[in-house]
Ligand binder design. Structure first.
Ligand SMILES: [Zn+2]
Length: 231
């Protein structure tokens, strides 16, 4: 849906880093719902899927969550928020606290928490397993596998380059990693991830505009807003 980061979503108008999973062109699971993502989902699909995976509680990955959960509930559409156990706890305690005079977290949505090593079922026979990233906020990447346990899609979420994490996630048909143009303690850098780039690997979270992608970094597999990957 978008490729922005916290500052670039507010100051440059980019939609925050997020993905929509589609089957037969129908959206069935959103990955991250940060600043600007809610509007983009409404514009593109007209509605939210029930399943929403949240990788961590930064505003560019979860900032739109409280409003979307509340509005969807009022419409009779109760969302199911999926995440690693401690991330879900932070979201329930802090992110949705603006509703506590009226609704508890449990009343607001369903929350599906998974420990690392635990599989959580998604639609279409898929399952998700979370893996810890290394980031300035507790953050978890994931692998989504099909019914044969074949890894179809993986995403580091926000994380610096960690060999063990990358080795696990690189086995998926499509591997999406977080990297930035300049070195940073909490994100991988373009130069660092170059050895990991091969067919099926893409870079998200770079915070660059479509124009910058086309002109400054055309040799890198940088995802663009609204880009679709078929696999
Ligand atoms: Zn982050």
């Amino acid at each position: 849906m978008g490729t922005g980061a916290g500052a670039s979503s507010i100051y440059d108008g980019l939609v925050s880093s997020s993905l929509m999973l589609l089957a037969d062109h129908q959206p069935f699971c959103l990955v991250d719902l940060g600043l600007g993502v809610g509007r983009e989902v409404v514009k593109t699909f007209g509605e939210f899927p029930r399943d929403i995976i949240i990788t961590h509680n930064h505003s560019d990955h979860a900032g739109d969550l409280p409003v979307v959960l509340r509005v969807e509930l009022a419409k009779g559409h109760r969302c199911n928020v999926i995440g690693q156990t401690q991330v879900i706890e932070r979201l329930k305690t802090h992110r949705v606290a603006e509703h506590f005079e009226q609704l508890s977290a449990e009343e607001l949505a369903d929350w599906q928490a998974a420990e690392c090593g635990e599989l959580t079922a998604l639609q279409h026979g898929l399952s998700i397993e979370f893996y810890p990233g290394v980031h300035s906020e507790l953050s978890y990447g994931f692998v989504i596998r099909d019914h044969n346990h074949h890894p179809r899609l993986s995403y580091t979420a926000d994380s610096r380059l960690e060999d063990a994490l990358y080795e696990t996630l690189a086995k998926a048909d499509v591997f999406i990693l977080d990297a930035r143009s300049k070195p940073n303690a909490w994100h991988a850098a373009f130069d660092e991830v170059k050895p990991w780039l091969k067919k099926g690997v893409y870079i998200l979270g770079h915070g660059l505009s479509s124009q910058q992608i086309d002109h400054a970094f055309e040799e890198l597999p940088l995802l663009k807003p609204q880009q679709r990957i078929a696999f």
